[in-house]
Write a protein that binds this ligand. Structure first.
Ligand code: PRP
Length: 210
């Protein structure tokens, strides 16, 4: 049977919380879902096909309609600004995006800010009337102030462990981040019944606030 819904689900830190949430909502997922290395996993009883994607790519799959739905961190949605519907705040993978630096950080003329989120960072400092040079990195962002690449970084803080272990401090909280259920605009119309049914099942198990 053709799956009713194709759902892009991110590998990595959101994956565990997302599968837990689906199971808590009584949605049957394959037993070995969490262990294998398959990138497309069928869940025939639920009528789902899961596409296991890199987190930053989830909104792209959903915008282009190769996935009807996706689970994506708000950080990725803010940075990418894809043309998708945001249906539910799943309230998982909660963290925040912050400006981080060394404790003895001092303002300099035309500072450099390293980040995985160049658009979000540029807009944030522009709105404050601060001129900064934004440097895009792909990971281990905390290295940048330690080795003199940047004065500050914009990055996610979850437990704060990475920051602390590298002698950095949070200078300013920017945004609360959680994962969202997103939908392709056309799928949302054509498969509305199935999408609504999934939302209705997830809704009662979503934790609020936090
Ligand atoms: C993220 C983020 C921070 C860290 C925050 O990195 O960019 O480095 O987690 O988590 P914590 O506050 O619990 O320490 P990730 O693990 O995704 O790795 P990468 O960005 O270095 O690839």
């Amino acid at each position: 049977m053709k799956p009713l819904l194709k759902i892009a689900i991110p590998k990595g830190r959101i994956f565990k919380d997302a599968t837990k949430l689906f199971r808590a909502a009584g949605l049957p997922l394959p037993e070995d879902f969490d262990e294998g290395r398959k990138l497309i996993v069928q869940s025939p009883e639920a009528g789902f096909e899961f596409i296991l994607a890199k987190p930053v790519d989830v909104p792209t799959y959903v915008e282009y309609g190769v996935a009807d739905l996706g689970i994506s961190g708000k950080d990725v949605l803010l940075e990418d600004n894809r043309d998708v519907y945001e249906l539910l705040d799943l309230n998982i993978a909660r963290c925040h995006m912050s400006v981080i630096g060394l404790p003895d950080w001092k303002p300099v003329y035309y500072p450099r800010v390293a980040t995985k989120y160049p658009h979000v960072a540029s807009q944030f400092f522009r709105e404050r009337g601060q001129q900064v040079e934004v440097i895009k990195l792909h990971g281990s962002i905390e290295l940048a102030p330690l080795i003199g690449l940047a004065d500050r970084i914009v990055d996610l803080v979850e437990t704060g462990q990475t920051m602390r272990e590298n002698g950095l401090v949070e200078l300013e909280k920017m945004y609360e981040i959680t994962s969202r259920l997103i939908a392709n605009r056309v799928s949302y119309r054509l498969k509305n019944e199935a999408i609504q049914a999934l939302c209705d099942q997830l809704q009662p198990v979503l934790l609020t606030g936090g």
